[in-house]
Design a protein around this ligand. Structure first.
Ligand SMILES: Cc1ncc(COP(=O)(O)O)c(C=O)c1O
Length: 436
């Protein structure tokens, strides 16, 4: 083709449209992505992102330590490594999990590129198109994206203020199985669920595991926030009570996300398949990161750093709760997290969080609309508010701006007698979504 001839790639239409795999059909671009580029401007208080605040890490000392690492072990640290992860890293992961009372063998650990890749590998080895994954209502948007990418059918199960409701899990599994569906696993975030911030108490964990056992239901426990308690001590992980649980962990929130190191702890047979899947995906997880994190765990007071993180997030959580109680209208409700990064707000009846977002951004505050955390269109009356990143003063100011947006909307509706918009809605503690 002469260089003057227009290439079919120049057209605005996607010339590859007929060639994509079916699984890309369920991959959608978020409608709010464009707004978020505006939301990242410095004048906007972003309560949207879930980025951990790592500015208090001892960067100077870390730099010296990594420098030494390159000088002394660089040839190994910059080489390919084991598909399962380096043995010394897996040993360290066993020590970290002991903080949540998990007793494990390092041979059953697979290192991954963040727990996001752990989710991908678990889904890859278990899910055929049309298989069902049960998730909390609401659940982590990144997990929903992964399940969608493998063409799973996502069914949400009701939560209340103590997390996932075991009787609702039982009802869902029974109904789905009776309809001939294959329910492959339950995905749950028992500690400070993203997006609600709710933690499941110990008794509820026992009940849930008993139901899972009775139903022969595989449980996948995702636990990036468990050590970031703001009140009290970390609770025992589900995996500490049941060795059949597949456990996902991460250094992203307790150290730093840029290393991209997470892990899966799985029963032996599952671990074997995960390693094969991992080798096919990335050959070996980042070796340099494993050296760097092991160095950090060996030579720094990482437990003390977690205590410092807890104090820092507590101040931010307090600023958000104070701001909400000072500025929200009476008809709004919200969760009061005891750890993690998020508050889940329920708007007064008739308001739609997605419809309000553009106005909120023009008032210089941003959040994530609740329907991002549901696969089925629910959550329009909710929003996720993150308190992890801005300063406490900015968080408080953000809640003031948000309160104004919501009050103005309520006032406008009252003035013009606008009917309440019918929005599908599940409140935490509300009814289980229809499974039919
Ligand atoms: C519940 C949950 N799981 C998994 C992840 C992914 O974390 P990473 O891949 O950084 O370990 C996140 C990140 O926000 C999360 O909130």
């Amino acid at each position: 083709m002469s260089s003057l001839e227009p290439s079919h790639r120049d057209t605005r239409m996607d010339p590859y449209i007929d060639q994509y795999a079916d699984r890309t059909g369920s991959m959608t671009v978020s409608a709010v992505r464009a707004l978020f580029s505006v939301a990242n401007r410095p004048e906007v208080v972003s309560l949207a992102g879930g980025m951990p605040n790592i500015t208090d890490l001892p960067l100077g000392r870390l730099g010296d330590s990594f420098d030494k690492l390159v000088q002394t072990k660089g040839v190994q640290a910059m080489q390919y490594g084991s598909g399962q992860g380096e043995p010394f890293m897996r040993e360290k992961v066993v020590d970290v999990m002991a903080e949540e009372q998990i007793r494990a063998n390092s041979d059953d650990v697979v290192i991954t590129c963040g727990s996001q890749q752990a989710l991908d590998l678990v889904t890859r080895i278990f899910i055929n198109p049309g298989d069902v994954v049960l998730c909390e209502a609401p659940s982590y948007v990144g997990a929903l994206g992964t399940f969608n990418a493998y063409q799973a059918e996502i069914h949400h199960v009701a939560m209340d203020e103590h997390g996932l409701v075991p009787s609702a899990v039982k009802e869902a599994v029974t109904t789905l199985r009776a309809a001939g569906k294959r329910v492959k696993f339950l995905y749950t975030i028992p500690n400070f669920n993203n997006p609600t911030g709710i933690q499941q108490p110990l008794e509820r964990r026992r009940e849930l595991l008993a139901v899972a056992h009775e139903l022969d239901l595989l449980v996948v426990e995702d636990n990036p926030y468990g050590l970031l308690t703001i009140e009290g001590e970390p609770l025992p992980a589900l995996r500490s009570m049941d060795p059949d649980v597949i456990y996902l962990g991460s250094f992203s929130k307790t150290f730093a996300p840029g290393f991209r190191i997470g892990w899966v702890l799985a029963p032996h047979a599952v671990r074997e398949r995960l390693v094969i899947a991992q080798e096919a995906a990335v050959l070996s997880p980042p070796v340099f990161s494993q050296f760097a994190i092991t160095d950090y765990l060996d030579n720094f007071d990482w437990r003390g750093q977690i205590v410092a993180f807890r104090d820092m997030y507590r101040a931010r959580r307090d600023a958000m709760l104070q701001g909400l109680s000072d500025h929200m209208p009476a008809a709004a409700t919200w969760t009061r997290p005891t750890g993690g990064f998020f508050v889940w707000l329920t708007l007064p009846e008739g308001l739609d969080s997605q419809a309000l977002l553009a106005r909120a951004v023009s008032e210089r505050v941003a959040y994530v609309p609740g329907n991002a955390f549901y696969a089925d269109g629910f959550g329009s009356r909710n929003m996720r508010l993150s308190y992890c990143f801005p300063t406490p003063e900015r968080i408080y100011e953000g809640t003031r701006r948000l309160g104004k947006v919501i009050r103005d909307e309520l006032e406008m509706r009252a003035t013009f007698g606008l009917p309440a918009t019918e929005v599908p809605h599940t409140q935490v503690g509300g009814p289980a979504p229809d499974l039919s």
